[in-house]
Write a new protein. Structure first.
Length: 139
């Protein structure tokens, strides 16, 4: 398994080793522990640039997924730490919980889930996100 995590945005509030372990737990549960994935933690400016370039949408978003579609490679996930921090004010989550939620959301997109496809698909994805979050909360 290859997990590449890059921190363009410093996150002193979290313990990197613990976050990596929780990411591994999620990947293993989904049967993806032998696949490669790249995760970038960045800021609003960088994710807004990517959002404009690839999705033609203005402004920052919380998470983006880029499937690679090659054997053994899941793809790339980009998470805005700035947006995640703002979301914690509304959700009451810790920053680690918000980052894990966004990672899981992005990962499910890489695996083919699409909440924009239908209301049924949205419910299915939300249920799986909740299941995976509860799995890593227990660690």
């Amino acid at each position: 398994m290859g997990i590449q995590i890059r921190y363009e945005k410093k996150i002193p509030e979290i313990k990197r080793r613990r976050l990596r372990q929780k990411i591994k737990t999620v990947l293993k549960d989904l049967g993806c522990d032998k696949k490669e994935i790249s995760i970038l933690f960045t800021d609003d400016k960088k994710i807004a640039e990517l959002n404009k370039r690839y999705l033609k949408r203005d402004g920052p978003t919380n998470v983006m997924s880029f499937p690679i579609m090659e054997r053994g490679i899941l793809g790339d996930i980009v998470i805005s730490v700035d947006t995640a921090k703002r979301e914690t004010e509304k959700t009451g989550e810790t920053l680690e919980e918000a980052l894990l939620r966004l990672f899981i959301h992005g990962l499910l997109h890489l695996l083919g889930y699409d909440h924009e496809r239908s209301e049924e698909e949205e419910k299915k994805m939300q249920k799986e996100e909740e299941r995976l979050l509860s799995l890593v909360k227990e660690e």
